[in-house]
Design a protein around this ligand. Structure first.
Ligand code: FAD
Length: 319
């Protein structure tokens, strides 16, 4: 699907435009449109289609693209001369998680940050090309590096931390002014960096993970903290949230509590795009729960009486 078509008042979707496998474009008329294309793609489609006011970080106005948030990762790699972990074996759920440092599960007094994250030692089946940790100080290439990879691949494990990121006015999604896709549509642009809360939070979690790791008496310990300034290049996590957040006020949210667009009420936007902040948990369970919640409201109320499911005073004031 390439875009949603709106009526001339831009308050009602009339259908969508999609392309087939050989690039022919078709219009599919629709009474109702559900965007469920992954959070960032939802925001892209909204911006391209003109659904809701784009966020302007300079003035703080607008809602589509605001509250983008990511998660903050770190790890402590432990190398043991006399332990063998067989990291090539594993499964998605094999591991131990400490949740004591997530959300409000601990006393934050004096720590200088809010929220938290989880600490995990998991063994998901480490592919040798993806996973070949070596102790700090090992050359990055050449014979010495190869020997270190062979020596430590089987004798290392990691304790990871996976922390929350609070939304920040400087982190947002918008349309790229330069780059376009094959359809001539501007690409989605991500503007993001970690801010103090993320870094303090991550330092705290990493300190706990390091303490646990050192108590196991490894031969070497390497601590990998989040990059600052942030770099998108190394894979960190696929947990992107925000950009079309749910809320009570159309001045600060793109969709209402049922994930219905405030501006174009026959469009519903499902996904982690609705999260106002990014919690220190993986998002998909909540994405699923919100989807059930929204679909229930569509079935129960919207189909019987298509129109806004929430009347917000601020929406009326704005018009
Ligand atoms: C490597 C990896 C590991 C992950 N691990 C975890 C994990 O451990 N725990 C966790 O909670 N989450 C995890 N996630 C995140 C999880 O996959 C997402 O949160 C989840 O898939 C989001 O669901 P969604 O329905 O919003 O989007 P998706 O599952 O991405 O579904 C969107 C669908 O829309 C389609 N689509 C996109 N654009 C268009 C368009 N323009 N027109 C028509 N169709 C379109 C896509 O093809 C796709 O089928 C992981 C993701 C990755 C990539």
């Amino acid at each position: 699907m390439l875009r949603v078509n709106l009526d001339s008042a831009r308050t009602r979707a009339t259908g969508v435009v999609y392309a087939d496998a050989v690039g022919r474009e078709f219009e599919q008329p629709a009474e109702m449109v559900v965007l469920a294309a992954y959070g960032m793609n939802n925001v892209h489609l909204m911006l391209i289609s003109g659904i809701g006011e784009p966020y302007d970080p300079a003035g703080g106005r607008g809602v589509v693209g605001r509250n983008y948030a990511y998660q903050v990762m770190s790890s402590v790699n432990l190398f043991f001369e006399n332990q063998v972990f067989n990291p090539f074996m594993g499964s998605g759920g094999l591991g131990e998680v400490i949740d004591d440092f997530n959300g409000d599960n601990f006393d934050h007094s004096g720590l200088g940050f809010i929220s938290g994250g989880y600490i995990i030692a998991g063994q998901t089946g480490a592919r040798p090309i993806q996973n070949h940790p070596v102790p700090d100080g090992t050359p990055k290439w050449g014979g010495q590096w190869k020997r270190a990879v062979a020596q430590w691949y089987n004798r290392s494990m990691a304790i990871g931390t996976h922390g929350s990121v609070m939304s920040h006015r400087a982190n947002y999604l918008d349309l790229d002014p330069t780059y376009k896709d094959a359809w001539g549509r501007p690409l989605l642009r991500l503007t993001f960096d970690h801010h103090d809360n993320d870094l303090r939070l991550s330092n705290h979690l990493t300190g706990v993970a390091e303490k646990i790791g050192r108590s196991m008496n490894p031969t070497h310990v390497s601590v990998n903290r989040p990059q600052h300034p942030y770099s998108i290049v190394p894979y960190q996590t696929s947990h992107n949230t925000g950009g079309a957040i749910m809320g009570d006020d159309p001045r600060t949210s793109a969709v209402n509590r049922y994930l219905q667009s405030w501006d174009v009420p026959n469009v519903f936007v499902l996904g982690a795009s609705a999260f106002p902040q990014n919690a220190g948990y993986n998002p998909t369970g909540t994405v699923g729960a919100l989807t059930y919640w929204s679909v229930e409201a569509i079935k129960r109320d919207y189909l019987k009486n298509p129109g806004p499911l929430v009347q917000a005073q601020a929406q009326a004031d704005r018009k």
